[in-house]
Ligand binder design. Structure first.
Ligand code: SF4
Ligand code: SF4
Length: 93
């Protein structure tokens, strides 16, 4: 099973992974072939997925999923994480 990136796609489909012969996925602390703002932003915010971010879906991620309809599955995955996060939030007194 390939690692899943911060954006929700499986890293195997990401350009960084495809181009980087030694890429172990964007969760591994390594230099990436190309910078990824999503990865940087998630790391900065301390979230494991964009779906865990209170700003999800931000304008940048809306554009990401719109421009890459093949990643619609990742958007649904992130929405589910966001839904669970929201439910958990309601339980916090
Ligand atoms: S977060 Fe960035 S580097 Fe990681 S899988 Fe998604 S697009 Fe690729
Ligand atoms: S949803 Fe947007 S703001 Fe939130 S971590 Fe992802 S890229 Fe950053």
């Amino acid at each position: 099973m390939p690692p899943v990136g911060y954006c929700g796609i499986d890293c195997e489909r990401c350009g960084n992974y495809l181009k980087g012969a030694n890429c172990l996925g964007c969760r591994v602390d390594q230099e990436m072939i190309s910078d990824c703002e999503t990865r940087d932003c998630c790391k900065q915010k301390g979230v494991g997925y964009c779906g865990e971010c209170g700003s999800f879906p931000c304008a940048s991620m809306k554009q990401f999923y719109e421009e890459k309809p093949q990643y619609a599955y990742a958007l649904e995955y992130m929405k589910e994480i966001a839904r669970i996060r929201s439910q958990k939030g309601k339980d916090i007194p």
